[in-house]
Design a protein around this ligand. Structure first.
Ligand code: FAD
Length: 522
């Protein structure tokens, strides 16, 4: 049995491999040579005291550690000749993990993805950033790996009861992610590493006899009464299988329109809307760590929330997808709209900290009478199109310095930014509308009391942060995970309203594959 120890160490020691090794042995009363292996199990930052410390939990082995400690943990048999097959629409985390689980269960997955493979997709992202060209099939949301590929790769989730988080993390490590994600309290991979992991996941699917087809947009359903037999692609090809897992993400507006048109029940759903705020990373580091330099600690992050009140309605304003040392990116999926989001590289070493600051949009805020199930989607679309028009009909994004936004004054000059297409100084209230702007102001004022320097002109807000989650839910039965009215349709992941992030989408993908097996076995 290993000896379990827990220690608090200064960051300079905790993040230096040799120094850490000696400190852990010392804490166990051992000297180098007396232990076979030191296995780090958990690492978290404790910034409550005057000086931040790093809490480590480790197992010290004085005998050789078990072989399965290092993986590989997962093995796949070949399913190319399997009797059963499943069509999986979308190669985001939900679709890819559904495919891997299907293989484990002996079902052949056929993954259909409208976008391109990760490498080719990168060229379209360059055109988006430099030439403002939005390809509606290949962008920051669409393409291999889905919205998760060019992201921060943050891997923590609150949905721990909806699946096995550790399993998802081990799968990612087996496909090339750093083993640190198994240890860190707030694991992340980084946008520079994610494409390789995604490519390795695809290789595993193909090597096990599954199919992954790129540039294959699904445009219709093969419906026989209330049974879904398959799908039709943009080229007119009809594909059939035992079941269809629909994992098209929160930005596939054409899929929601298709379901609506074909009479498949969908529902409007609350979501969140706001802006992205950008600060110098140094300001956030100094406020969070209360020291002049980081001293070996990773770029600091924050999580903020405040209850606001406007016209007798209470709404939370909260930070969302905070990216320390990151970049703001153009996340539009069609020409004529401006949408921003954030990502960061594995080292989180850009000079900027950015975060979505958003507020809940409830059903009562939507025009349900006119737009029905698509009411949230229309509201989201309107604001994205207004942002684009007011900023000049390119991918230039509307922006305002935060202190000016609080005073209602257009910024005479904007700050340097990580947003590559560029910014236009505007009164953000014109883009957001009075209600949303007022709530965000209340939120920002409160955040300024929590983090010194936060709500000042040292920061600027960039709009609009509108793709936080899906404005539509595709209903499904709690037990069978099938659509309540269409047999053979398994709504999956973030776009269907059952996930919010990479890990929860991956876990939902796995659950849907298991539900497909249960349905076809029955
Ligand atoms: P998606 O990842 O959206 O995948 C859906 C896929 O379906 C896409 O590849 C799309 O091209 C495809 N598709 C759509 N329509 C069709 C069609 N008609 N035919 C065929 N294919 C279709 N989450 C985190 O947990 N951590 C982060 O750090 C993080 N950062 C993010 C940064 C950015 C810039 C963005 C945009 C998102 C970020 N997210 C992050 C959110 C996360 O990426 C999503 O929650 C997650 O990817 C959802 O997974 P999904 O598989 O359900 O859908």
């Amino acid at each position: 049995m290993p000896q379990e120890i827990e220690v608090l160490l200064p960051p300079e020691v905790a993040y230096d491999e040799m120094a850490r090794y000696r400190a852990l042995l010392n804490a166990a009363g051992l000297v180098p040579g007396q232990a076979d292996f030191v296995h780090l199990r958990k690492r978290s930052i404790d910034a409550r005291g005057r000086q931040p410390q790093v809490r480590l939990r480790a197992d010290i082995y004085q005998t050789p550690p078990p072989a399965n400690l290092f993986g590989p943990w997962f093995h796949y048999s070949n399913v190319s000749q399997a009797r059963r097959s499943v069509l999986i629409v979308g190669a985001g985390p939900a679709g890819l993990f559904a495919a891997l689980r299907a293989i484990e269960l002996g079902i052949k997955p056929i993954v259909l993805e409208r976008g391109k493979d990760v490498r080719t997709r990168r060229r379209d992202l360059a055109a988006l950033n430099k030439e403002h060209i939005v390809d509606s099939d290949s962008n920051y949301c669409f393409g291999e790996g889905g919205a998760g590929t060019y992201s921060d790769g943050k891997l923590y989730t609150r949905a721990t009861k909806r699946g096995d988080v550790g399993r998802i993390l081990r799968l990612l490590v087996q496909h090339g992610a750093t083993p640190d994600i198994l240890v860190d309290a707030h694991p992340h991979i980084g946008t520079n590493k994610l494409p390789y992991v995604v490519q390795a996941l695809r290789d595993t699917i193909r090597e096990a006899g599954g199919e992954v087809r790129f540039e294959t947009r699904v445009t219709d359903l093969v419906l026989e009464q209330n049974n879904l037999r398959g799908v039709v692609t943009a080229t007119g090809e009809a594909l059939e299988a035992d079941a269809v897992i629909l994992a098209t993400g929160h930005s596939a507006r054409d899929i929601y329109e298709l379901l609506h048109r074909r009479g498949v029940l969908i529902e409007a759903k609350p979501f969140a809307l706001g802006v992205r705020v950008e600060h110098p990373q140094e300001l956030i580091d100094q406020a969070q760590y209360r020291r002049k330099d980081r001293g070996g600690l990773p770029a600091a992050s924050y999580a903020l929330v405040h209850q606001t009140q406007w016209q007798n309605k209470q709404r939370g304003v909260f930070s969302f997808c905070m990216c320390p040392g990151g970049f703001i990116v153009p996340a539009a999926t069609a020409p004529g709209e401006v949408v921003v989001n954030g990502m960061s590289p594995s080292r989180r070493d850009s000079r900027f900290a950015n975060s979505g600051i958003v507020t809940a949009i409830e059903l009562e805020d939507m025009d349900l009478r006119q737009y029905g199930a698509l009411a949230g989607l229309r509201l989201q679309q309107d604001i994205e199109q207004r942002a684009c028009q007011l900023a000049g009909n390119t991918q230039l994004a509307p922006a305002q310095r935060l202190g000016d936004f609080l005073k209602g004054k257009v910024s005479a000059e904007l700050l340097e930014t990580s947003y590559q297409p560029g910014l236009v100084s505007l009164q953000m209230e014109e883009v957001l509308g009075t209600g949303l702007a007022e709530r965000l102001r209340q939120g920002f004022r409160n955040f300024g009391q929590k983090i010194p320097g936060y709500a000042t002109n040292a920061a600027q807000i960039v709009g609009v942060e509108s793709r936080t989650s899906s404005p539509v839910r595709i209903p499904r039965d709690r037990d069978t995970l099938q659509h309540p009215e269409v047999r053979g349709l398994f709504p999956c992941g973030e776009g269907a309203g059952y996930a919010g992030g990479i890990v929860s989408a991956a876990m939902d993908g796995e659950r849907c594959a298991e539900a497909v097996l249960a349905a076809i076995s029955a």
